[in-house]
Ligand binder design. Structure first.
Ligand code: ATP
Ligand code: MG
Length: 333
């Protein structure tokens, strides 16, 4: 069985972008692969080091989000990054194999630095998180990495690190491949290129009907369409992107698109139908979310079992790494 590594940063509740970008693939792939799902608290601390309470709270929220959509603890190894110290160890060794110039060229890091307004305040830990992410993936020798589009540069960088390590020290690591979801990058409700918990343009998997309604009714549509009788554009229109993703009634979606292009349907009807579709989609997920919020012990069980399994795998990998790097000394502690 091929190994998968994927994960989330515990910085908020999981949302529809996570679903189409990666969660859906986790559910689809958990039967056929040996899957590891990482709760990346160490990475979350790189830009939230001064807000540990936020990260702590969201560790459990991210775990619940996975359970709510159907990630199965019987099939998947779910673990917490900070509880596997071998990842930090491997990060240190990988840091030797990456140049500062290469990190500066990583397009996702570049845009996140700009978005977060880091200039002279850029933490070294944040700047080099792709290196730590390479260690997340390679500590379990992950071969496939289901992610959203923004993570593809990090997987590419992981491949380079694996290749470099193998060529310098001998063959230890696979060169992992990214697998992107049905929608590589779901737009935000505000029309921003990415739905993101850091921006707040989200529909969370646990949102109630009222919240969904509020978010959808205020969504961006075709900015050039002023009256419902104006012919509108469906290409790249967030409302129709969401319809395509979450409304299984394709006849209804096609009818709305046709009428929108002709100028015979108003935004309100399009949005009301979208509220219904998203609500139907989220209903069972929301219910399971609530269940696990009330049964934290089941969430802890999944994490404890996953941590143990991940720790064994990580120790194995580090033995191989130490041997390859010639730091497997004949003396002990
Ligand atoms: P943060 O702002 O803290 O980085 P985030 O919303 O980007 O939060 P992550 O935990 O970083 O969420 O991402 C988890 C996974 O979900 C990654 O594989 C990422 O690519 C994917 N993902 C996140 N947002 C989207 C989106 N809008 N569309 C598609 N995939 C997404
Ligand atoms: Mg992110």
């Amino acid at each position: 069985m091929k190994r998968i590594l994927t994960g989330d940063r515990p910085t908020g509740y999981l949302h529809l972008g996570h679903y189409v970008g990666t969660l859906e693939n986790r559910i689809k792939m958990q039967d056929e692969y040996e899957m590891f799902v990482l709760n990346a608290d160490v990475q979350a601390l790189t830009d939230n080091f001064d807000n540990p309470e936020k990260v702590r709270q969201n560790v459990i929220n991210a775990a619940i989000g996975n359970l709510a959509v159907g990630v199965d603890p019987e099939k998947v190894t779910y673990f917490i990054q900070s509880m596997i110290p071998q990842i930090a160890e491997l990060t240190v060794f990988f840091a030797n194999l990456v140049t500062v110039a290469r990190l500066e060229r990583n397009p996702t890091v570049k845009s996140e630095i700009a978005e977060k307004g880091f200039d002279k305040t850029l933490p070294l830990g944040f700047f080099m998180y792709p290196v730590s992410q390479a260690a997340d993936i390679l500590i379990v020798k992950g071969e496939i990495v289901p992610v959203g589009e923004d993570q593809v540069p990090h997987v590419e960088q992981t491949r380079e690190i694996a290749r470099k390590f193998n060529s310098v020290y001998g063959e230890v690591f696979p060169e992992p491949e990214a697998v992107v979801g049905k929608i590589a990058r779901l737009v935000g409700t505000d029309g921003n290129a990415k739905m993101s918990k850091s921006i707040g343009n989200t529909i969370y998997l646990r949102d109630d009907e009222e919240t969904i309604k509020k978010q959808v009714m205020s969504m961006y549509t075709d900015p050039n369409r002023v009256h419902p009788t104006d012919p509108g554009n469906v290409e790249g229109n967030p409302v129709f992107i969401y319809h395509d993703a979450f409304n299984p009634n394709t006849d209804e979606v096609n009818d709305l698109k046709e009428r929108y292009q002709k100028g015979t349907v108003g935004d309100v009807e399009v949005k009301e139908k979208l509220v219904q579709a998203i609500n139907t989609f989220l209903e069972p997920i929301r219910e399971r979310h609530r269940y696990y919020e009330e049964h934290a012990e089941e969430v802890y069980e999944m994490i404890e079992a996953g941590n143990k399994k991940a720790l064994d795998v990580a120790k194995d990998t580090m033995n191989r790494v130490r041997e390859a790097m010639k730091i497997d000394y004949p003396f002990g502690l």
